[in-house]
Design a protein around this ligand. Structure first.
Ligand code: NAP
Length: 337
């Protein structure tokens, strides 16, 4: 038997239950992974708080992100052996190419059971080797926030040295985006509600920072900082409360990568602004295993260490979601097994 955290009902963080489950067995093309760490994402918090609107079937093991060690291998697996350090891909059925409904139906901790369990079965084609420079705690932060930031910067007119990118807030996605931009020679303007967090983002390489609480018209400040031109790209994690301002802050012909819903799920935008400025507005849903492989190689080559704010014990997992809800963190929150 093994232990697994389960969403067993509505009721938010308080309704998480630590239960016993039978040890899973890897089938053909699968591996059994002893989980060493699981990082949490805003999406996991939203799933806990509102499982009904997401159509969650109880009991569901939460979380998409884990890193661990292969402890047994199913039939027809030639690429992995016992002892390998691996990271699970967010989508267990998205190897390459564009996203599909099939891929979306394989999202860990949403469409299917997630990874906040002592052992998990993963598809051998949907795990990536842990970069040599990372611990399992660090590696566990990559599948969702890391890959989403990578996807937002490297696909559909990839950023190039000298570009200017706007990052909103200092959560997991934005901090990874900052680290990738720094390594790619891309300049950033970062917003945050905290001057202290902005100072930390400068140490990670941010060229310009804006406190969006003190400067509510931050889009005007972005334009001023770019001589009225606007940024080349926005990594848009705010959603309805920030999108209209992001459209104002991006240059003519620039790109807004639509990722998040930190300010809610619905709102009003002005479509003509998108049309008149010829803005490429692109929805992003994490990324494929092939994109993950490219990101892992980049992280290894550039010796990037993910920024972990706090680490929680497996038995204390609910505290990690509480911390995320308080939004005092910068970077990632990790549950260590
Ligand atoms: N589409 C996808 O594939 C995908 C993948 C990953 C994440 N997401 C989404 O992206 C968003 C960010 O995820 P995350 O895991 O990075 O979240 P997170 O770590 O919880 O980020 C929280 C931070 O967001 C910032 N924030 C909140 N409201 C803001 C606002 N109005 N303007 C600017 N910043 C604001 C705050 O930064 P400060 O404290 O600095 O103010 C807060 O600390 C979430 O909506 C998540 O669901 C989507």
């Amino acid at each position: 038997m093994m232990r697994a955290w389960e969403i067993i009902s509505e009721g938010g963080i308080a309704a998480l239950a630590l239960n016993q489950r039978a040890d899973p067995e890897p089938g053909p093309g699968q591996v059994l992974v002893k989980v060493g760490a699981s990082a949490i994402n805003y999406r996991d918090l939203v799933t806990l708080k509102d499982p009904k609107s997401r159509g969650i079937v109880y009991p569901l093991v939460p979380n998409s992100d884990c890193a661990g060690t292969v402890v047994s291998v199913g039939g027809d697996v030639s690429n992995l052996t016992v002892g390998d350090r691996v990271i699970g891909c967010f989508f267990q059925d998205w190897t390459d190419g564009p996203i599909s409904p099939v891929a979306m139906a394989s999202a860990l901790g949403g469409a299917i059971d997630g990874v906040l369990a002592e052992k998990v079965v993963l598809n051998a084609a949907a795990v990536v080797a842990v970069p040599d420079n990372l611990t399992l705690d660090e590696a566990s932060t990559l599948p969702c926030a890391g890959l989403t930031a990578w996807h937002a910067l490297t696909e559909a007119q990839p950023v190039k040295p000298g570009d200017r990118v706007l990052l909103l807030g200092t959560g997991g996605v934005s901090v990874f985006a900052q680290q990738f931009c720094s390594a790619l020679g891309v300049e950033t303007i970062v917003t945050s509600s905290s001057d202290e967090k902005l100072a930390k983002m400068r140490t990670l390489g941010a060229q310009e920072t804006i406190n969006y609480t003190k400067v509510p018209a931050w889009e005007e400040k972005v334009l001023a900082l770019t001589n009225g031109v606007g940024v080349d790209r926005v990594v848009e994690v705010g959603g309805p409360g920030t999108l209209q301002k992001s459209l104002a802050a991006v240059r003519v012909g620039g790109a807004v990568q639509l990722i998040g819903i930190l300010t809610g799920a619905s709102g009003t935008i002005v479509p003509t602004d998108i049309m008149r400025k010829s803005i490429s507005l692109r929805g992003i849903y994490v990324g494929s295993c092939t994109q993950f492989e490219a990101m892992a190689a980049f992280i290894s080559d550039h010796k990037i260490q993910p920024v972990i704010d706090s680490i929680f014990a497996f038995e204390d997992a609910p505290s990690a979601y509480q911390k995320m809800q308080n939004a005092t963190h910068l970077g990632k929150l990790v549950i260590h097994f």
